[in-house]
Ligand binder design. Structure first.
Ligand SMILES: *[C@@H]1O[C@H](CO)[C@@H](O)[C@H](O)[C@H]1NC(C)=O
Ligand SMILES: *[C@@H]1O[C@H](CO)[C@@H](O)[C@H](O)[C@H]1NC(C)=O
Length: 294
């Protein structure tokens, strides 16, 4: 009897280990251009981490591309707009340029103002952490939609982003960046526009207890309530998903097609109806152990 119990306990532990280790491989990001114009997504990896399989590419309207990230990856995605190759062959973008002179960003971060989608995969407790940030300004509406076993995350594994197009009017006049032709192409952060310690949360303001929302960051916050609007914005702007079971869609100009909201809600609903396989296996394992011990 004791022997059988030991065997079963061993089998159960093996199953649990297999369930929790098998899927700690890579995560994929599907980047979707829903904008009316071509964009050039860029990506940069945080210090000392293995990189993505692509750091910059072109996406025509309606196109998407999937990139893979290794386990533990952290970094950010953004979009570049109004890019062109000069006569010299040097590739340049009016917003989000990464300074490499090429479509690939290979370690070059985007020049603000730009909307960032920031990720830390498989962080604390094995969770993925992500946010959309306007701390360095805005250039394109962006939406991050987690896909997969999103229901085990305690309600915080949900879409986030900045769906409003601040260039279309909400951007305060003194923060606007205009293209040579005239139209507003980006919106600076107050920090970048005025370089004051107060707006930048630097110096004596380098602390969540002394750096508060400004009348400028409040404009960003009311247009895009889920996005970070200044350096010490509330924690409500960071989201978490189970690190081993989630992939992400990053959609530029999510509001440009009607019916999208309904589509994503249906998807979440379908996932909610099905308990993730891993949880079911864990539950079975616990039941088996309990039977042996009591
Ligand atoms: C914010 O406040 C400053 C100083 O009071 C003022 O000059 C500026 O116009 C205000 N900006 C916005 C967007 O409200
Ligand atoms: C994510 O993107 C894929 C590929 O474009 C699409 O099929 C899927 O419906 C998207 N999911 C969500 C939740 O937007």
């Amino acid at each position: 009897m004791a022997m059988r119990a030991q065997c079963r306990a061993f089998a159960v532990v093996s199953v649990v280990l297999a369930v929790f280790t098998a899927s700690s491989s890579s995560t994929s990001f599907t980047i979707i251009n829903n904008c009316a114009n071509t964009i050039w997504p860029g990506a940069i990896t945080g210090d000392g981490k293995a990189g993505l399989d692509s750091t910059g590419f072109e996406l025509a309207p309606g196109q998407s591309r999937t990139v893979s990230a290794p386990s533990g990856w952290s970094g950010r995605f953004w979009g570049r707009t109004f890019c062109y190759a000069a006569d010299s062959g040097k590739f340049t973008c009016v917003t989000g340029d990464c300074g490499t002179g090429r479509v690939d960003c290979t370690g070059g971060g985007g020049v603000p103002p730009a909307t960032w989608a920031e990720f830390t995969l498989n962080g604390n407790g094995g969770m993925d952490f992500y946010d959309v940030s306007l701390v360095d300004g805005f250039n394109l509406p962006m939406l991050v939609t987690p896909q997969g076993a999103t229901t085990t995350a305690g309600g915080n594994c949900v879409p986030t982003g900045c769906e409003a197009d601040l260039n279309a009017g909400a951007c305060p006049a003194d923060l606007r960046v205009s293209a040579p032709g005239g139209g507003v192409v980006a919106c600076k952060s107050a920090c970048e526009a005025f370089r004051s310690d107060q707006y930048c949360c630097k110096g004596m303001y380098e602390d969540p207890n002394t750096c508060f929302p400004s009348n400028y960051s409040q404009v960003f916050k009311s247009a895009c309530p889920k996005a970070y609007s200044y350096a010490y914005d509330d924690k409500m702007s960071t989201f978490t998903c189970p690190g081993t079971a989630t992939t992400y869609n990053i959609t530029f100009c999510p509001g440009a097609t009607s019916g999208r909201e309904d589509g994503s809600k249906q998807q979440t609903g379908a996932a909610a109806a099905r308990p993730p396989l891993r949880l079911v296996l864990l539950f079975v394992a616990i039941l088996a152990l309990a039977r042996d011990f009591f």
